[in-house]
Design a protein around this ligand. Sequence first.
Ligand code: NAD
Ligand code: DAU
Length: 359
Amino acid sequence: MTHEERQSRRLLVTGGAGFIGSNFTRYWCDRYPEDRVVVLDALTYAGNLSNLEGLADSGNFRFVRGNICDRPLLETLLAEENIDTVAHFAAESHVDRSILGPDAFIQTNVVGTFTLLEAFRNHLANRSEVDRCRFLHVSTDEVYGSLDPDDPPFCETTPYAPNSPYSASKAGSDHLARAYYHTYQVPTVITNCSNNYGPYHFPEKLIPLMCLNILLGKPLPVYGDGQNVRDWLYVIDHCCALDAVIHRGTLGETYNIGGNNEVKNIDLVRTLCRLMDEMAADLPVKPSETLITFVKDRPGHDRRYAIDSTKLQTSLGWEPSVTVEEGLRKTVQWYLNNEAWWKPLLSEEYQSYYAQMYG
Ligand code: NAD
Ligand code: DAU
């Protein structure tokens, strides 16, 4: 389909001021300037308006501060913007915070997703043209639980076995998205993706936390023995996959998205140290590997994630394009260039979270 043949869309992007949501919003506005893009975000600690800087100038973009649990707000927005496509990113997303306090995870991830599905169902009941409408539910590989070293990667039929309050709440929201297709024909498509990294990543997560701690000369806290494995995907590759699923995905289906990049945490941290030592003009502690500190493990820490994305690759022609080495280099360079973005995030709230987590 060429750009000329393509019918424009009107998107509601929930959680569009967060890490992946803002990368997706930038990607979409750049690629499809003819589309209307409305971001709805509650601006929790993880939401950041500066992630969307520059977009306000485009006539087709609107930001609304609000909560996905607010049904009247959702109904008003869906109707007044005549939304045909929901890209649902809004969530509480950090496993460690879900262990410290699971309440917000149940509220946003389960109740919020339910509220959004209900509002969209009601919205579609009042529309005549529903064929091209979509509800993209963005989810995680963590719903499948943990793999042993020799297990095959997760595929779309792997049984759900979430191990943290975060992954359990995401699993609940996936089940709701699935049920709304089967029961009410709400046009849902679900994606389950592996660990993302790249620009605008909040520094509570492994990669940005390590980058900033290296820059600040602080200890690099590696949980347990550092042998846990994650499958890393550059965030723009994730956005391309979501683009394919929105345009060509089959309704009611699930698509796994992964980077084919399984890396042990300790190896990843060592790579970040090497890149920082090479690329940063000046570091308080060098070699930065000397900052690596093994700390108490995360409770219920999943040992290994790996994703089989054959279905997405064969049916929709997507594949990851950025290698880990290349993606990490770009990411390190981004944090080096964007101190003005990350410095304000090291707020009092962040320091108190950090102290609670790492002592
Ligand atoms: P994030 O924490 O960076 O961003 C979440 C955004 O949602 C923030 O802007 C926040 O303000 C907003 N939000 C939170 N609660 C809200 C509410 N009740 N109403 C409206 N907005 C609210 O998360 P992320 O890493 O960008 O993840 C986005 C989505 O992708 C999540 O659903 C997550 O489960 C999923 N996912 C993340 C990864 C990853 O590696 N980060 C991988 C796979 C899937
Ligand atoms: O797999 C997809 C998931 O990836 C997403 O659904 C989540 O939203 C996202 O946060 C991420 O979850 P993880 O728990 O895998 O990511 P995190 O960056 O928190 O941790 C990555 C690995 O690094 C994990 O094994 C725990 C470890 N870790 C993490 C931190 C923050 C450390 O060793 N030290 C740390 O300080």
